[in-house]
Design a protein around this ligand. Structure first.
Ligand code: CMC
Length: 429
């Protein structure tokens, strides 16, 4: 269903079509506005701009709702597994048992990386941040798998997608192993996706490694929670990079680079560092005061969200997962968890946070969980990138298949110097 809205520009009425989605706010189609008025719209940070039409993920930030292809995130996290979520995001429907078995098999058969990739790693310093390694290695996949870079071929697009979903855990584990100075562990195909990843990270050749099913299930759930989040900064980066026809490996590398920032995927690392810095619950009031002080750049990491103006639904599941993991590992008193829970309670009652609708987001608890599992803080964002790869790929594919797709090319409000003549160095005062 569509309707119209009227905008008055310089006393001239301009009719603009209104497009309706299945749920959520409608959009005013302004694509012809420049032609009709000679004016652009201005929306830094895209707070009121829908950049595309999508059928993949829906968020209601006021109610704290997150749906993948219509399914609530808590139901998927409770009953499903990560590869099933990948299938859902990519193909639009939950798989039948046969489709699931076939998909799992196909992903599993792509987990190894080209052996020459090992040499690529050794070019990095041992202390290189694993996200720096990921940006480089995922971009480099296009050099290793050039046979799947023709984006006009649907078969090649699907092969590239499977390769990335399958190889991300292998590359992420290699980045970790290189960082800690241990030999790379090859994938083992009789393990499920997440157990395989845990083994590639934590097994050493000197002894047998047994995957803990509780930790594997918890990490799998964390992957589900991070799998997609509609048009966030990194996903929009992937779409924009892909809109020029760039190959999918390069586009995902661009998404990883964007995700690295502390306002986005880097927040889980920053949140844990903040909890460590606070150290004990008695210091919380001081940090709350810093977060509220306009002259202090400090922010409560893991708090606030551009879209959620309610409790992030992923944070609720994450909090439960944190307790499960700590209990499985026999960690009864974790000082960081004590600080986190106390901080959350204080912030949720504080006028500043209440008025600005700043609630804990997914990153508030994920760091504590990942740390307890044995991951160093520098790996947190890598795990986010691993899980988000399927979302990026699904959004990239949707864009490529959209007949209305054009190269992304925002406009600007120019406030620089008007035209002026060049002056030679000798004549400049
Ligand atoms: N601590 C203190 N004040 C905050 C915080 C915070 N964490 N977040 C927002 N504010 C204040 C901000 O100072 C501003 O106040 P005022 O209106 O008086 O100027 C107001 O709330 C609105 O903030 P904003 O920066 O304009 O909001 P935004 O939508 O541009 O930013 C955000 C969203 C997530 C970048 C921001 O809340 C933030 O920096 N949070 C901390 C980092 C974080 O946890 N990021 C993870 C996001 S979830 C995972 C992901 O998507 O990657």
């Amino acid at each position: 269903m569509s309707s119209n809205s009227t905008l008055s520009v310089d006393n001239k009425a301009v009719d603009l079509a209104v497009k309706e989605g299945t749920i959520g706010p409608s959009v005013i189609d302004i694509s012809k506005l420049y032609g009709q008025t000679g004016m652009f719209t201005y929306d830094p940070g895209f707070t009121s701009t829908a950049s595309c039409e999508s059928k993949i993920t829906y968020i209601d930030g006021d109610k704290g709702v997150l749906l993948y292809r219509g399914y609530p995130i808590d139901q998927l996290a409770e009953h499903g597994d990560f590869l099933e979520t990948c299938y859902l995001l990519l193909y639009g429907e939950l798989p039948t048992a046969a489709q699931k078995a076939d998909f799992d098999y196909r992903v599993t058969r792509h987990t190894m990386v080209h052996d020459q990739m090992n040499r690529f790693f050794t070019g990095f310093r041992r202390d290189a941040h694993p996200m720096a390694i990921m940006v480089a290695c995922v971009g480099a996949l296009s050099a290793f798998y050039h046979d799947s870079t023709d984006i006009s071929d649907p078969h090649q697009r699907m092969v590239a997608s499977m390769r990335m979903i399958a190889k991300m855990p292998t590359l992420a584990a290699m980045a970790y192993k290189y960082h800690v100075g241990q030999p790379f562990v090859y994938p083992q195909n009789d393990l499920d996706y997440t157990s395989n990843f845990l083994r590639m990270c934590f097994a050493v050749p000197a002894e047998e490694y047994k995957v803990n099913p509780v930790l594997s299930r918890a990490l799998d759930r964390i992957f589900i929670l991070h799998a997609d989040h509609e048009q966030n900064a990194s996903t929009s980066t992937v779409r924009l990079a892909g809109s020029s026809g760039a190959n999918p490996f390069a586009c995902i590398a661009a998404g990883i680079a964007c995700l690295w920032g502390p306002a986005h995927g880097g927040a889980n690392e920053a949140a844990l560092k903040m909890l460590e810095e606070i150290g004990t619950p008695d210091k919380i009031p001081m940090y709350i005061a810093k977060a509220k002080d306009k002259n202090d750049p400090f922010r409560l990491m893991g708090f606030g969200h551009r879209v959620y103006k309610n409790y992030d639904p992923r944070a609720r599941i994450m909090q439960k997962t944190t307790h499960e993991v700590l209990s499985e590992l026999g960690i009864k008193d974790d000082p960081l968890l004590d600080v986190a829970m106390e901080l959350e309670q204080i912030a949720l009652k504080d006028d500043y946070f209440v008025e600005k609708k700043l609630y804990p987001n997914i990153d508030f608890y994920s760091g504590i969980t990942l740390k307890a599992m044995g991951f160093p803080t520098s790996m947190f964002t890598v795990l986010f990138a691993l899980a988000r790869t399927v979302g990026w790929i699904a959004q990239w594919s949707e864009m490529i298949e959209d007949p209305s797709q054009r190269i992304g090319r925002p406009r600007q409000l120019y406030t620089g110097s008007p035209e002026r003549d060049y002056v030679t160095v000798a004549q400049r005062g």
